[in-house]
Design a protein around this ligand. Sequence first.
Ligand SMILES: CC(=O)N[C@H](C(=O)O)C(C)C
Length: 351
Amino acid sequence: MAHTVKGRIQTVLGPIEPQKLGMTLTHEHLVADFSIFQAPPPKHAPHMGTLSLTMENLGLIRQYPYSLSANINLHGEEEHMGEELKFYKKNGGCSIVECTSLGLKRDVGKLRKISMESGVNIICGTSYYIDSTHPSDMDTLTQEQLVSTMVHDITEGADGTNVRCGVIGEVGCSWPLTDNERKVLKASAAAQIATGCPVIIHPGRHTDAPTEIIRVLQEAGGDVRATVMSHLDRTFFSAEEFLEFAQLGCFLEWDFFGLEVSGSPWQSVKTDMPNDAARINMILHVLQEGHADQVVISHDMDTKHRLMHYGGHGFSHILLNVVPMMLRKGISQDDINKILIDNPRKWLTFN
Ligand SMILES: CC(=O)N[C@H](C(=O)O)C(C)C
């Protein structure tokens, strides 16, 4: 029978009706390897790369999370992820979009197991991450071949399984955009047209990157209103940048909630990472300017140290700590419901 999930949302356990989605984190990782982001250690801790994830090292790791090799590969953490998701569900969480795409050692079979054991809906991703993780033959792969791979992941199953992907992404973009990343973006738009599957983007680290990406997607026929632009909390730094971009009509994602260390290996002195309060202040401003239907939020959990097992904030941080702060800062429960329930549901429903 022809695969059809139009009007529904595709989880790793099969399609669900949109009203079953519930509270949703739109950008997370459960099973992924971010070793490509290994950063040099600080001068005062030259040997931290081989340290263990222990309490006495946690302060150093929180400041330099990508300098510890044991911290940036989530494979092997499935048991702790299951515990996290059961706690997330206990706190009202229902669904998670797992944005591990090709190049980050995706394993959708493990995601299916975690979903079955935790009772949390998991939506997994296809397409390709940033250029430095592309397969060695990417130069010679045609756009049609890339589309075929994505469509197969969505309609038949990924990684040799019958687990079907429910998002195209995260689609990796560098700055400047490479030729192969542009090819992947165009293929992602074509796969979206062919399947009705939603898209999520990882933009390059430049304030001009998100707008350029949206233009490439639009020119390729992509549906901008079914597209999430991730990582805006480390890409835009003024209300004007957020509001100008919001005019394009895609979803805006603040997805580093829980990361409250202002520096990172990739920030320049003019682009400090915001803390959660600053994220909420900017969201409040964007809501007040009429964009409540475009905001989604998440943690982008990509290192072990942020898991509760290792003393981190865990996947329930938004529900337990961020939502109360949003209410205290004047964001209405209706708008919080839009951010956590309605907008993810609209985005994830296949057209
Ligand atoms: C926190 C951060 O900057 N993360 C990187 C990014 O490019 O957004 C990457 C490790 C996801």
